[in-house]
Write a protein that binds this ligand. Structure first.
Ligand code: F6P
Length: 324
């Protein structure tokens, strides 16, 4: 192993830059050459690669986004696209790949690594925290902090007007971000895709909590919750059925993806980045770096992708206990 490439792909997440820095410096420390691919797999197809040295990753550990840019590549899903990507890797004498991203990224990486026998290691970077085999993904902790800061602010105005807010949180089809931020922000309820909350239950809860003369009520709605159909739909319905409730909606949107990474994400990204280089040196071929009980583990891509990560039911229970 002499030369590796690193890329970020899919939705960006705070801490991706810290991971890039760790990969580049971890590679240099181990006497490897390293190139950065611009715009993920898209850049691999377009042959947009740049050599990276220690200085090229100076002063980025604290920056959100990704200096390598990101994309969701359609062309990489085709055999022809992947062939071009492989030819470009060979042209640059690159022996192995480190990809930072989520499940879409690892799905592509797995196929590519098998097709062309290119050793590939993944670093989980997504605010959704939805990857099986790791307790945390890079960006999740920062996004949680962003969500609770926003909800705290909404709580101020909700209390001033005794309002009921439905706040929509990202997470694609998983409820990790919504559930943990609901606990941390003291939300009265949370709607997540993993648990079906029907309207009857929601209604009973609202009658119980909102009518208890609480100064405000906040319900976090995971964007992927199919039953409610999202915060706007659920709010419309509640508003129609209870015109006496003072209902408002906020969709937090992409602010959840930005910002300077938290200390937790910076440390996790630094550990995972160096571990990814070490995994390649250790002859790993198709694995994701994970963190379980604060220890680094290797998770085969097919395992990380095949299983659905379960929500911790105890955390759901906590919401119920703490919102009485
Ligand atoms: O996977 C990260 C994520 O932010 C999800 O939470 C969200 O559903 C999606 O990406 C949004 O994607 P885009 O930025 O392409 O709109």
């Amino acid at each position: 192993l002499k030369k590796i490439a690193v890329l970020t792909s899919g939705g960006d997440a705070p801490g991706m830059n810290a991971a890039i820095r760790a990969v580049v410096r971890g590679a240099i420390y181990n006497k490897l050459e390293v190139m950065g691919v611009i715009r993920g797999f898209e850049g691999l197809i377009e042959n947009d690669l740049i050599p990276m040295d220690s200085k090229s990753v100076s002063n980025i550990i604290q920056q959100g986004g990704t200096i390598l840019k990101s994309a969701r590549s359609k062309e990489f899903m085709t055999k022809e696209g992947r062939q071009i990507a492989y030819d470009n890797l060979k042209q640059h004498h690159i022996d192995a790949l480190i990809v930072i991203g989520g499940d879409g990224t690892f799905t592509g990486a797995r196929v590519f690594s098998q097709e062309f026998n290119i050793p590939t290691v993944g670093i989980p970077g997504t605010i959704d925290n939805d990857l099986y085999g790791t307790d945390y993904t890079i960006g999740y902790d920062t996004a949680l902090n962003t969500v609770i800061e926003a909800v705290d602010k909404i709580r101020d105005t909700a209390s001033a007007h005794s309002r009921l807010f439905f706040i929509e949180v990202m997470g694609r089809d998983a409820g990790f971000l919504a559930l943990r931020s609901a606990i941390a922000s003291g939300a009265e309820a949370v709607l997540v895709p993993e648990i079906s909350t029907d309207y009857k239950k929601l209604d009973a809860f609202l009658k119980n909590s909102y009518n208890k003369e609480k100064s405000s009520s906040i319900v976090l709605v995971a964007e992927g919750d199919k039953i409610s159909g999202g915060a706007i739909k659920v709010a419309e319905r509640v508003d129609k059925e209870h015109p006496d409730y003072n209902v408002r909606v906020t969709i937090l949107g992409h602010i959840q993806r930005g910002g300077s990474p938290s200390a937790f994400d910076r440390v996790a990204a630094s550990r995972m980045g160096v571990s990814a280089v070490e995994a390649l040196l250790d002859d790993q071929k198709s694995v994701m770096i994970g963190m379980v009980n604060n220890e680094i583990v290797y998770v085969p891509f097919n395992q990380a992708l095949k299983h659905k990560k379960p929500l911790n039911p105890r955390l759901l229970e906590l919401i119920e206990i703490l919102s009485i």
